[in-house]
Design a binder for this molecule. Structure first.
Ligand code: SF4
Length: 391
């Protein structure tokens, strides 16, 4: 589906500051979204199945071994642990579930745990399955498909022209190669990035048109939540009007993709999240993010329902094509018993999402210098003045 606006129009819209003009843009984006997706939604959730100690140097990421930020740290989960998280996600009303691991590749043993976890989730829940496990070959992508994975997530993160600022150890071309491998294996692609890494407005437009060329099924938009002790740890949050404007612009450039808002949405948007839904979203990431806390499931569902959208779960186990499930090829009957009848409304009702255990941050003992020589920033913001501590 080609872009509905030109680069020049996108650049002009990117300059909008007047709130009424931004609201008019949001009205246009809402029409585009409703015409293509009606009242359907695509609510996702994730498990951080392997966390911390990553060998790469992505500047936004607390999991990098080069970041001084604390991060949840655990080895690869077992397939049973993955299933436990999936059940909680389903009970909270999520439609799909992504198994995420740090880094750019898994050992044979860890990959097998993802495969086994995917099979268990397919067998015991009604969730559509996704994976985000870094770079992969066509053979690995095919193995994921055979295990019942429907979609693979692999971000471009930012515009190609800004990418060298974001990571010096993970290459942009490698990302595109992985996305091509995923597509070749017959899987859906989920490709997006993070806004507010220091890119210019022109580079945001560049990124949106690059994504339009990639033409992914799904586009996750993250908003930088600056983690003190990372390269981008001292950046300011985005103005919420700026966020909703850019969600709408992306929707106009990639009209056929399933958009979702993920990390940083609470911190950057606060009460503007409903407006972001009107700007063209199909869903949000429910529950916790990789290293930070998320929203209450009840609030997320309400945000969509108040706009007349349908957040109900479909009981076909992903078998039937719908606007939110285009491929519709996932096999298998709906399991006899899933927690579809009783929704979880608060995170404390699902112990496996308890931040006291799953997001327990650990201090790093030693941190090597970043390969690009850039400092980690933002730690001074949270450091306590020893004179105050003594007082
Ligand atoms: S974004 Fe992924 S690859 Fe980059 S540092 Fe974080 S965990 Fe590693």
């Amino acid at each position: 589906m080609p872009p509905l606006i030109t680069r020049e129009e996108a650049l002009a819209l990117g300059e909008l500051e007047d709130h009424q003009e931004i609201e008019a843009l949001i009205d246009r984006a809402w029409q585009v979204r409703v015409e293509r997706f009606d009242d359907s939604t695509d609510m996702c959730s994730l498990v951080n199945a392997k966390s911390g100690g990553c060998a790469e140097d992505c500047g936004f990421c607390a999991q990098s071994k080069y970041a001084e930020a604390d991060t949840p740290m655990h080895a690869m989960m077992s397939a049973d642990q993955i299933l436990e998280h999936a059940k909680a996600a389903e009970a909270a009303g999520a439609h799909r579930f992504c198994m995420v691991t740090q880094g750019q590749g898994l050992s044979k043993r860890d990959f097998q745990k993802i495969v086994d976890g995917a099979k268990l989730v397919a067998e015991h829940t009604n969730l559509k399955r996704c994976a985000s496990i870094g770079h992969m070959s066509v053979d690995r992508a095919k193995a994921l498909k055979d295990a019942g994975i429907q979609r693979v997530h692999h971000n471009v993160e930012t515009a190609e022209s800004y990418y060298p600022e974001v990571s010096s150890t993970v290459r942009y071309e490698g990302r595109i190669r992985t996305i091509d491998a995923v597509r070749e294996a017959g899987l859906e692609t989920c490709v997006g990035g993070i806004l507010n890494l220091g890119e210019s407005r022109e580079q945001r437009v560049e990124m949106a048109f690059e994504l339009a060329t990639v033409d992914p099924t799904s586009v996750p938009i993250n908003l930088l939540n600056p983690r003190p002790g990372t390269k981008f740890g001292d950046r300011d949050m985005m103005d919420p009007w700026e966020v909703v404007k850019w969600v709408a612009i992306f929707r106009m450039i990639i009209p056929g993709a399933l958009f979702r808002l993920c990390g940083g949405r609470n911190e950057n948007l606060g009460d503007f999240q409903k407006m972001a839904v009107r700007a063209g979203l199909n869903g949000v990431m429910m529950g916790n993010f990789l290293t930070t806390l998320g929203s209450e499931p009840e609030d997320d569902r309400a945000m969509f329902e108040e706009l007349g959208l349908n957040t109900a779960r479909q009981d076909d186990n992903g078998a039937n094509p719908r606007p939110d499930n285009r491929a519709g090829w996932l096999d298998g009957a709906t399991p006899a018993q899933t927690p579809v009848d009783r929704l979880i409304d608060r995170q404390d009702e699902a112990p496996m999402w308890d931040p006291a255990t799953q997001l327990r941050h650990k201090k790093k003992e030693s941190v090597p210098p970043r390969p690009d020589g850039a400092p980690n920033r933002g730690l001074e913001i949270v450091q306590v003045d020893p004179r105050q501590e003594a007082a």
